[in-house]
Design a protein around this ligand. Structure first.
Ligand code: ADP
Ligand code: MG
Length: 362
């Protein structure tokens, strides 16, 4: 009886042991399959820092291990910090601060990155006849949006400062890597091109590493690098200009490569006497740009260019932007004050509206 009883209780124990062993074996197999050849989403590194007065958000994929991904992101951050040291008018002894301080007096030597950005800036300024103007600083300082300005400047002060905004007073000597502001009071502000240039710097940094792909966003500019492991395009949300929620999107742009920059009247603004004043200025009037548009997103193969173009198009309006974009082989998504969305041919197949209050104009 004892033996039988013992046998009765021993059998389930053996079964349980077998089950346990089988479960452990199965877990080992699952871990081996999924733990060592992880999905691409697990082979990524996300990093958010602050640079150029805004958030710098990076996601990098692939590479030998997590260390290479971390290093790729930090190489991009360093490159952007270095770029900021050269091109920000706020940074002590930056190329641009020296240029501004030497206005009407002397030319200054420039780092090659500053030369390249000024070259793009002047090219866009010429093609837009100053709708985008890198010598906007006297005017942008007067409005002071960057430091939270909330009042319309005095009209006489606006008139006075407007005389000091003229890109033809900025001379770039590419060969000697130098620049000169011909008259005093003139000053350069690369705020409308810098974040796109930061994306260029990040993508250049990724190229020197072993990561397989990545995406970087600096304020309203985004750059993508490489192909995603699953072959899907990079999906970029286009900000809903009518929402105060900075993460609210009105549509999705899917791209394989290149750079995307958005400029919008909703970005920095204040209201006075029932009128809204925003931070993108019309250098011809001295006042915020007032066209049919509230937002422009530009896609092209260079970050600095996409950034300068998005600002320029917002100043020009939909009609006048068309030949400019064509001349650069760039594409755009325009959002009008009436929530109409105009998408250029090159983006028609890769843009989807996700917010029903917007209508695609065909
Ligand atoms: P964001 O800074 O929101 O990304 P933009 O790229 O359009 O938007 O740049 C806006 C900044 O560019 C302003 O804060 C100002 O410093 C500068 N700016 C404003 N109007 C112009 C203009 N017409 N041309 C060149 N720069 C401009
Ligand atoms: Mg811009």
């Amino acid at each position: 009886m004892k033996t039988k009883k013992a046998t009765t209780y021993q059998l389930p124990l053996i079964v349980l042991s077998c089950l346990l062993a089988a479960t452990i074996a199965a877990l080992i197999v699952i871990w081996t399959v999924f733990g060592t050849s992880r999905s691409p989403s697990e082979d990524k590194y996300e990093n958010t820092t602050f640079a150029m007065g805004t958030y710098l958000v990076q996601t990098v994929y692939g590479g030998a291990d997590s260390k290479s991904r971390t290093e790729a992101a930090s190489a991009a951050t360093s490159a952007i910090n270095e770029l900021e040291q050269h091109i920000s008018w706020r940074q002590t002894d930056s190329d641009i601060q020296k240029l501004n301080n030497s206005a009407g007096k002397a030319s200054v030597s420039l780092h090659e990155d500053t030369v390249s950005i000024l070259e793009t800036a002047l090219d866009v300024a010429q093609r837009t006849e100053g709708a985008y103007d890198p010598t906007i600083l006297p005017l942008s300082l007067l409005w002071n949006f960057d430091a939270g300005g909330t009042t319309v400047p005095d009209p006489s002060a606006l008139k006075e400062h407007l005389q000091y905004v003229d890109y033809t007073q900025l001379q770039l000597d590419k060969q000697n890597a130098s620049a000169f502001l011909k008259k005093k009071h003139f000053a350069v502000d690369l705020g409308a091109i810098g974040k796109g240039a930061a994306c260029d710097a990040a993508i250049d940094a990724y190229r020197k590493t072993d990561i397989s792909c990545g995406i970087v966003a600096s304020g309203g500019s985004v750059g993508v690098y490489g192909k995603k492991a699953d072959g899907s395009p990079w999906a970029i949300g286009i900000r809903n200009p009518n929402s105060d929620d900075t993460s609210a999107a009105m549509g999705t742009l899917s791209i394989e490569d290149g750079f995307v920059s958005t400029s919008g009247t909703y970005e920095r603004y204040f209201q006075q006497d029932g009128v809204t004043y925003h931070h993108i200025l019309n250098p011809k009037t001295g006042y915020p740009a007032d066209t049919d548009l509230v937002s422009v997103t530009v896609h092209c193969d260079n970050g600095a260019l996409s950034d300068a173009l998005s600002t320029a198009c917002l100043v020009l309006g939909t009609e006048r932007s068309q030949s400019l974009l064509a001349s650069y082989n760039a594409d755009a998504i325009f959002i009008t004050k009436e929530n109409q969305v105009i998408v250029s041919d090159g983006l028609k197949d890769c843009f989807t509206i996700t917010e029903s209050s917007f209508t695609l104009q065909t």
